[in-house]
Write a protein that binds this ligand. Structure first.
Ligand code: T1G
Length: 670
């Protein structure tokens, strides 16, 4: 097997080149080749300096995550990085693409770093529940200072080549198209410079104020995660002890994180997100339909948010409403959202104007005739959707993809109202549609493979994480939400309070509990259809105008800043319903809340998989991470159940009288 590393001589400079697609991950063969190449350069008297660069789209993008959990293969990355730094001849890193994780650490082990303007450098290990384990936590603060080292390691976002140069991480920005030549020239300039600059030999001053400020600033973001604190501890250690002691501390912390549940969960989601994009029975090279213009029917909250996704990706949108006032309100909200983003510095006013210029608001339904994709985002009633798809069938051009944003309804029943069911599918966005990353792509019985493949690819273009769902009420996420809500409401009648149930969910790591979620989404959703039908606590609240945050009162009372507090009135209403229904009361424990609200979600996920309404268990996890904020350090409902132990979950479900899915009972969930 040929090595992914080769060397070339350019005068007295040895160029070491890696070619390990797709992202030049630092797998065993790459590490072995790098070490051998450095030895070659050291041993050759004709060589005065060395360059390390990569073919393909990027400099090393990190250790090979697929190797984690397998027996280590020498040389390990810290050894390779130390060997580079110990070289008696200067070594220059030539960076393009994204030098991430171990890739960044290889660059920091080099004595100099040059980069093209578009390059990025970062240590995203924290997003995998880890920390830079090849000296990054010790070299970064020595080169760039404590504050930036904290930002880069504990938050994990990459920085631009320009910012890296300003911070002293990059020595020179070279030509975008002349990296190879410019790096050799730079090596020629520094080949005789002594002493050779080694990051590990630099001092770094403690900066307790920066550490305290950073921890305070990010307390909420880091809540319940293990890795951020470990990254901070390593950076602080770099300011307190000599390099080799700092490295020993980093190694210990790295192994502690690597063997913990959180990192296993976060690495699981890293691959699960990418796996979700693959459709098992549709070839990856299926030709896609070109999507040049998108039509959106409905300029309400969802329609406007959906439109923004395409406008932000540079795809023109025709948005249709029934009345001018609604159309104007919808386009006004889109502009306001963009201007708010610009005010935060995340967009320029020019970009706002460009996006708005690509939006065609109209009352003319026929204007959808030249759209390649039309997304319906109107009332969640089947009759309305069927009427719209019937009209659309007569207007849309041949080959146009017709999608519904329905969050529950039967796509096949909608497709049946057209002469082209093969072009129909669901695109279920999550509110707010321009913010939430999840997109459930609902595959109808007759949806054509290329239609599905086109929408899955388009999801990537609009920066969504897409998951294929089958036609079933609520698809994947909302179908699993239902048993959780049913049990939460039952627990209220049996003696629990909204605060207790929500507290258990927030302690688990959810952004909010079932009742906080109801207040945010609107307690009155669904009640308006028959306001006189008061069948449960939620109906009773809605009937009293307690519609949630939008009315400063729902399951909680809210002050003007929307801070919630337990409501004595709600307690009365709950007690009324306990009395009215004669529900036996008992002391509800936190453990019972987990067993009756979270385990049933796992059970429903298993049933969804058994029915073939999701392709794989990891897809179910992706839905809950990106659609509902399930804590990524628990890996999603199905991964969490495996970590908990299927036996424990089954026992918990059976204790409360649930019928357990066969695949869960047998532990054969895939
Ligand atoms: N190891 C193995 N495979 C990887 C990989 C990695 N580090 N990064 C990407 N892949 C695969 C990915 O699964 C996909 O495979 C393909 O490459 C394209 O990726 C010791 C311990 C580089 C920004 O966390 O952020 O170094 O699906 O779809 O959108 O201190 O990949 O095609 O079969 O994401 O263009 C630290 C992780 C590792 C960077 C490119 N590094 N990667 O994004 O392509 S830990 C990271 C990314 C570490 C050291 C520590 C992105 C990307 P497939 P993609 P992309």
């Amino acid at each position: 097997m040929t090595s992914p590393i080769r060397t070339e001589r350019h005068g007295d400079v040895l160029v070491i080149i890696a070619d390990n697609p797709p992202v030049n991950a630092l797998g065993a063969a790459v590490r072995q080749g790098l070490e051998a190449a450095i030895e070659e350069g050291e041993a050759d008297g004709a060589i005065a300096a060395m360059v390390i660069r990569c073919d393909g789209r990027t400099f090393f993008a990190g250790a090979d995550i697929t190797e984690f959990g397998k027996p280590p293969v020498e040389p390990m990355l810290p050894t390779v990085v130390d060997r580079i730094e110990a070289s008696s001849k200067p070594v220059v890193a030539a960076i393009h693409g994204t030098a991430l994780g171990g890739g960044c650490e290889v660059a920091l082990g080099c004595h100099y770093r040059v980069a093209v303007p578009s390059a990025k450098i970062g240590t995203p290990e924290v997003k995998l529940g880890l920390l830079p384990g090849a000296g990054g936590t010790q070299r970064l603060p020595r080169l760039a200072g404590v504050r930036l080292a904290l930002e880069m390691t504990a938050k994990g976002d990459p920085i631009s080549a320009k910012r890296a140069q300003e911070a002293g991480l990059i020595d020179r920005i070279v030509g975008e198209d002349s990296l190879a030549a410019d790096a050799v020239a730079f090596a020629g300039e520094v080949k005789a410079v002594r002493p050779i600059p080694r990051a590990s030999e630099r001092a770094v001053q403690p900066d307790p104020e920066a550490v305290a400020a950073f921890q305070k600033e990010n307390a909420r973001r880091f809540r319940s995660f293990d890795a951020p604190a470990a990254n901070i501890a390593c950076v602080v250690k770099a300011t307190e002890v000599p390099f080799d002691q700092g490295i020993a501390f980093e190694r210990k912390e790295f192994l502690r994180l690597m063997t913990g549940n959180q990192s296993a969960a976060q690495r699981h989601i890293f691959f699960a997100e990418r796996q979700a994009a693959k459709i098992d029975d549709v070839p990856a090279d299926t030709p896609l339909r070109p999507i040049r213009r998108v039509g959106v029917i409905g300029a309400g909250t969802m329609g406007g948010g959906i439109a923004m996704n395409f406008l932000s990706a540079g795809i023109p949108v025709t948005i249709v409403e029934m009345a001018q006032e609604a159309l104007d309100r919808g386009t006004g909200v889109i502009r306001k959202n963009y201007e708010a983003t610009a005010a935060k510095g995340r967009m320029t006013s020019g970009q706002v104007d460009t996006a708005m210029a690509a939006l065609i608001p109209t009352l003319d339904f026929d204007a959808l005739a030249d759209c390649d994709l039309v997304i319906e985002a109107v009332y969640e009633t089947m009759a309305v959707k069927q009427e719209i798809f019937g009209r659309l069938d007569g207007i849309a051009k041949p080959g146009a993809i017709l999608a519904s944003n329905t969050s529950y309804l039967d796509i096949d029943a909608i497709a049946a109202c057209t002469s082209r069911p093969q072009d129909v599918l669901g695109m279920h966005f999550f509110s707010p549609a321009n913010v939430m990353k999840l997109l459930e792509v609902v595959r109808g019985a007759k949806t054509a493979p290329d239609v599905l493949a086109t929408v899955m690819a388009l999801a990537k273009t609009i920066r969504k994480v897409a998951v294929v769902a089958g036609v079933t009420y609520g698809f994947i996420g909302n179908r699993m939400l239902m048993p959780r809500q049913v049990e939460a409401n039952k627990l209220l009648l049996e003696g629990a309070t909204p605060e207790q149930i929500d507290r258990v969910h927030v302690a688990f790591g959810m952004p909010m509990g079932p009742f906080q979620m109801a207040d945010l989404a609107g307690v009155d959703i669904g009640w308006h259809r028959d306001p006189n039908r008061i069948e449960n606590v939620r109906d009773a609240l809605a009937a009293e105008g307690r519609w949630g945050q939008k009315r400063q009162a729902g399951f909680y009372d809210y002050d003007e800043k929307r801070n919630p507090s337990p409501s004595p009135r709600v307690a009365e209403i709950i007690q009324d319903w306990r009395d009215k229904t004669g529900t036996p009361q008992h002391e509800v424990t936190d453990e019972e809340i987990v067993e009756r609200t979270l385990y049933p979600m796992v059970n429903e996920g298993a049933l969804i998989l058994e029915e073939g309404k999701a392709q794989r268990a990891s897809d179910v996890d992706v839905v809950w991470i990106y659609g509902y904020g399930w804590p990524v350090y628990r890996g999603g409902p199905m991964f969490w159940a495996k970590t908990e132990g299927y036996d424990k979950v089954v026992a918990g479900l059976e204790k409360h009288g649930f019928t357990v899915a066969q695949s869960l009972k047998s532990g054969s969930i895939k």
